[in-house]
Design a protein around this ligand. Sequence first.
Ligand SMILES: [Zn+2]
Length: 424
Amino acid sequence: MEFYSNLMMDEEFEKDLISRFVKYAKIHTTSQPEIEKIPSTHRQFELAYLLAEELKTMGITNVKVNEKCAVLATLESNIENENVPCVCFNSHLDTAADESGKNVNPQIIDYHGGDIHLNNELVIKEQEIPELKSLKDSKIITTDGTTLLGADDKAGIAEIMTAISVLKKNKEIKHGKIKILFTPDEEIEKGADSISIDEIGADFGFTIDGGEIGSLEIENFNAASGKIFIKGNYAHEGYAYGKMINSLRYIPYILDLFPKSEAPETSKDYDGYYHPYEIKGNVSLTEIDFILRDFDEPKLKEKIQAMQTGISKIQKQCPEVDLSINIKRSYKNMKAILDKHPTIIKIAKEAIEKSGANLKITPVRGGTDGARFSWRGLPTPNIFTGGYNFHTKLEFASVTGMKQATLTILNIIKLTVEEYIKKN
Ligand SMILES: [Zn+2]
């Protein structure tokens, strides 16, 4: 703990961070899957405009909310050196649709160990969350048990906003040009489509969208999603003999294509998986939605191939029904890109360590906007927010973790200046 260790003890700093978080968490910004347009829900603009106003109040003049609801602001450099790169910090406005994000009512509690009872039914169990032990005798923010909390990713937003506010209040802190970016629809994998890399105009970036305190994420899944269509033939039940082809009857054959030993519930760490997650159907048409994930690109391609071959085989065995499959690639593992930028990773690691958190490099068993940004030309690893149990009513955030994430942002800014001035 070096540069900013005094901030950890600063009551104003903590108050600012918590009050920002609570304010943002209360705004309903759930995104909606299967809506094509960005933003998927108009309500995300409410938080976008609020953040834009707050940035202007801090004295940042270059603030824009684009038509897709992305907020972009620039904090100009206060040093003469032109070699210092422009760093972007990004969090997302939306919360996941898995649980309600309406009327979120954050509870700030002084945690002294043990289970946390949210209400009569819901309990955050110390046994299930080993990190809780290390959070004994500190402040935690939970839900009231009726909604998710939205620390994913409003903790990230609060941390970026608080870091910028520290810089604005302490003009003697030297920094390069900084871009502040809040994107909509990350939870439905469209955040990075809300703004172009040229528009962002940074040299590299960080998403502040991870969970566990101290985590740095520099690799993520390669991903594909798909849909299988089973077209049958409806006929009046009373006169269906020899005419009806019931698409529902083919579901078991299709489900056999998804190995049970390679499912989300049977895989962890660096394992990939096959996952059917929704079936809609009637006699004439059944649709099965699925996703495929793997850290290794060739292995993901094998999974895609296995699905296509499997469907062709079933089609041959059951010529009476009409089967088709569509598979789309979504995000890719950012590791291939980030490996080419060791300085960024070095800065991130050092920034986390200097915040007082224990650095943990973990693979993301999902995707991040940063993975998409990385592949489009803006290398963007993911930094922790201090939130846990994302997308559930048991979600909570550690105030200590949130403070350390804010310090990490400030440390990145400071280390970037030092690193590039030293280099030139
Ligand atoms: Zn997130």
